[in-house]
Design a protein around this ligand. Structure first.
Ligand SMILES: Nc1ncnc2c1ncn2[C@@H]1O[C@H](COP(=O)(O)OP(=O)(O)OP(=O)(O)O)[C@@H](O)[C@H]1O
Length: 791
């Protein structure tokens, strides 16, 4: 019959496998209880193998009274026998608990079949406050211990006597009990056996019983001592096991430490892997971002491609239209081509005809080429002839100049000006002013103002006649007529161009390498500046710009004869015997300039003056305006400087014959100069300023007269030299003559233009000038020489 039992708080256990009861936690193996045939047994297990302590629960008198009833059903059997469970060692049934130390335990899961409905349920009183304490065997325990079977150690004492129902005698083989337990047990036995004692009652029987019990007690104590020794051995074994367990624990701790270190390593690896995963995640995010950008870019490209595709399609459509149109055109062209082919054939025929014509022309061209070569040779020969003829021309030109005389004098009378009417208006017969007079009145007034100049030589224009009337000392009017002859006389109505035409040959002489000097001589206001510089228009332009223009023109013409020229200009002023540079920037009358002559080349240089290279005639106009403005700055209201100083414009020209148009040049060189001199007014001192004139004006006039007188002396000396041979020429007597030394000597061509005022008021001064000019005109200066040399 299988019975189930359980540990406190544990599962039900089959009693047949009691030997295999799991020990589990020691706390759980302390107590267990089982009910067999209405009797509850408590167990105390001390180890996992064999130390099962069987405790017979003896809870109270009522319960105890059941034991006999329980055993009455099988009085000779022990609990183990009846249950056929594992045999329990007698030593495990240490003691039977007293009534007060046991507890009732409810076992609700107990098998109802094993107990039967008639058997009362007992609550197991298992364990005490000290569960490991060995229990004293009860009478029942004793019986149980006696019934131990195989596998359970036999008790050391003899088996306890079987307990019969109602028997009060203690089991003979029971283990020793503690005195208190024994006492209690004895009391219990006394209670159990009380019914018999009451029945038998002799005192001796009790004593005997007592002695028996004492002997049993001794036996039990001996057994207990043996058990204690055994327990000590067991304890030792247990300690060994504990030590082994501790060593195992140590090993396990080390393993645990190793496992922890491995865990740390693994954690680090984990962190490392986490970092890697994080970086991979970031990389992945970047890649995703790049991919998104790429996708956007691709989308954009797709859109663009779509747009391109659309445009291509539209282009394609257009092209298709074009192709269609072209096909149409092609068909038209095919038709046209046929027409053209026909025309082409006609043209080819014509081409052949033209080709034959071309051949004929080619032959003609060859013939013409031959003729051209012949003509070129002829041209070459003609050029050479031309150059030779040029040399002849120049010789002839100079011969003509020489025949004319190397010093010539022109006379020019200016017209009466409206300003003259204003100045000398008091002489107007009508008394009217020039502004309000009629043309006839003006003409009449002009006639009244005019001196009596006559020009009898209407063919050659070489004579001028001056008629004057003066009162004699007796009061009689004396009429005088003066006749003067010059190389050319210009009447008041003569133009600048007419004057220049007469002197332009001198410009050509300059180009040919001669020194040319043109003076303008006359009293103040006679028209010297007008003649030399003139106005700004082409009509009023004076001799200086015209001569320069002529020189440039002549130089350009000479280019075809193999000549190349360089030109440069300077503009000086001689005031009070001091040289000033009219093109310079220095202050007037301050700088000292020296005159240097080169007798070899017959050229003159002035130190520290501005010499301007000239490349065009227009430059000369600007030079004249610069000089004019500088003179204006230097002038004062009281001192009209231009009237009181000599101005000398010099154009130097140097040429070399380098050949022309493949024709080799002769290498001939020449240097010439053109000096255009505007002399200061030639009026006499007493006439101009009277006796009360300022010192400065007197000095000016004196220096002017001195220089003009020196000029006359030089010219006179030159004339004498021509007649008598060697003679000293006083060039150094004035700055003017010294400056013009090379232009006045026998190697130069000199022209003096005598300017006369037409006014009767200036008649005496005009007569003086006419006499001076006649003197000059009668002078013959040697033969002019060209300054040329062959290199
Ligand atoms: N042939 C002429 N035709 C018209 N006007 C003339 C002629 N000659 C001179 N004149 C005028 O007469 C005036 C005086 O002439 P210009 O200044 O040339 O005299 P000048 O002799 O140079 O005097 P100065 O010695 O004071 O310089 C000027 O107004 C000028 O324009």
């Amino acid at each position: 019959m299988a019975k189930k039992w359980r540990w406190h708080g544990g599962p039900l256990v089959d009693t047949n496998n009691i030997a295999n009861i799991p020990t589990g936690n020691h706390r759980h193996v302390l107590d267990a209880s089982v009910e067999r045939a209405g009797i509850w047994f408590g167990f105390n297990v001390t180890n996992d193998h064999d130390l099962l302590k069987l405790i017979v629960i003896d809870n109270d008198e009522g319960n105890m009274s059941r034991l006999p009833r329980l055993r009455s059903s099988s009085p000779d059997r022990t609990l183990h026998d009846r249950d056929a469970g594992p045999s329990l060692p007698s030593r495990t049934i240490n003691h039977i608990t007293t009534r007060g130390s046991l507890k009732r335990k409810a076992i609700p899961e107990e098998d109802e079949d094993d107990q039967g409905p008639s058997q009362p349920r007992k609550v197991a009183a298992v364990g005490s406050s000290k569960p490991n304490r060995p229990l004293l065997p009860s009478r029942t325990a004793t019986n149980l211990g006696a019934s131990t079977r195989s596998g359970v150690p036999k008790p050391t004492s003899k088996p306890p006597p079987k307990l019969a129902r109602g028997t009060s005698a203690p089991p003979s083989n029971a283990k020793p009990l503690s005195r208190s337990t024994i006492g209690t047990r004895a009391a219990a036995n006394r209670v159990v056996s009380g019914s018999k004692a009451i029945g038998n009652g002799p005192r001796t029987a009790e004593d005997k019983r007592f002695h028996e019990l004492q002997s049993q007690l001794s036996t039990i104590e001996a057994a207990r001592a043996a058990d204690a020794a055994r327990l000590a051995a067991d304890m030792e074994a247990e300690r060994a096991k504990v030590a082994e367990l501790q060593s195992n624990h140590l090993t396990l701790s080390r393993e645990l430490a190793d496992a922890k270190s491995q865990e740390i390593v693994q954690r680090r690896e984990l962190v490392h892997f986490s970092d890697e995963i994080e970086s991979m995640r970031k990389t992945h995010a970047r890649e995703v971002m790049d991919l998104e950008l790429d996708i956007k870019k691709r989308d954009r490209e797709i859109r663009e491609l779509k747009e391109d595709l659309r445009e291509c399609r539209s282009d394609l459509d257009r092209e298709r239209d074009t192709v269609t149109a072209l096909k149409n055109t092609l068909s038209q062209q095919s038709t046209t081509q046929l027409t053209l082919s026909t025309q082409n054939q006609a043209l080819e025929a014509r081409s052949q005809a033209l080709q034959s014509q071309l051949d004929a022309h080619t032959r003609t061209i060859s013939e013409l080429m031959l003729k051209l070569e012949t003509a070129d040779k002829e041209v070459e020969d003609m050029k050479k002839e031309k150059m030779e003829s040029e040399l002849i021309r120049r010789k002839l030109h100079n011969m003509v100049q020489e025949l004319k005389g190397n010093i010539r004098v022109f006379c020019r009378v200016r017209p009466v000006l409206p300003s003259d009417l204003a100045t000398y208006g008091s002489t107007l017969s009508s008394g009217s002013s020039p502004g309000t007079s009629s043309g006839a009145d003006l003409e009449k007034a002009k006639e009244e103002l005019q001196a009596s100049f006559f020009f009898p030589d209407s063919r050659d224009h070489k004579e001028i006649v001056v008629a004057s009337s003066s009162s004699s000392a007796t009061g009689q009017e004396r009429k005088e007529v003066y006749n003067f002859g010059f190389d050319r006389v210009f009447e008041p109505q003569s133009t600048q161009l007419e004057v220049f035409e007469e002197i332009s040959q001198l410009a050509q002489s300059c180009i040919d390498g001669y020194n040319v000097c043109i003076f303008a001589y006359g009293q103040t206001g006679s028209g010297k500046s007008f003649t030399m510089e003139g106005g700004l228009t082409d009509t009023t332009m004076g001799m200086i710009p015209r001569a320069v223009e002529q020189v440039f023109k002549g130089a350009a013409d000479m280019k075809s004869r193999g000549w190349e020229y360089k030109m440069e200009g300077q503009f000086l002023e001689i005031y009070n015997e001091t040289i000033n540079d009219l093109l310079g920037k220095g202050e007037f009358d301050k700088k000292k300039h020296e005159i240097k002559h080169d007798l070899k080349t017959m050229s003159t240089r002035v130190t520290d003056v501005e010499v301007v290279p000239l490349s065009s005639p227009s430059q000369v106009k600007s030079l004249l305006s610069i000089a004019h403005s500088r003179r204006s700055v230097a002038a004062t209201l009281m001192n009209e400087r231009s009237s009181r100083s000599h101005s000398v414009f010099t154009l130097r020209i140097s040429g070399v014959n380098v050949g022309f148009d493949g024709c080799a040049g002769t290498g001939e060189k020449c240097e010439g100069s053109l000096n255009l001199v505007d002399l200061a007014g030639s009026e006499r001192l007493n006439v101009s300023f009277g006796n009360g004139v300022e010192k400065e004006r007197v000095r000016e006039t004196q220096s002017i007269n001195k220089s003009l007188s020196a000029l006359g002396d030089v010219i006179a000396a030159l004339g004498e030299k021509g007649e008598k041979g060697d003679k000293h020429i006083p060039y150094r007597n004035s700055k003017l003559t010294y400056l013009l030394q090379n232009s006045l000597s026998g190697n130069s061509k000199t022209l003096m233009i005598l300017n006369l005022s037409p006014l009767a008021a200036h008649l005496q001064e005009s007569l003086t000038s006419l006499r001076f000019a006649t003197k000059v005109n009668n002078t013959t200066i040697g033969t002019a020489r060209k300054h040329a040399k062959l290199s």
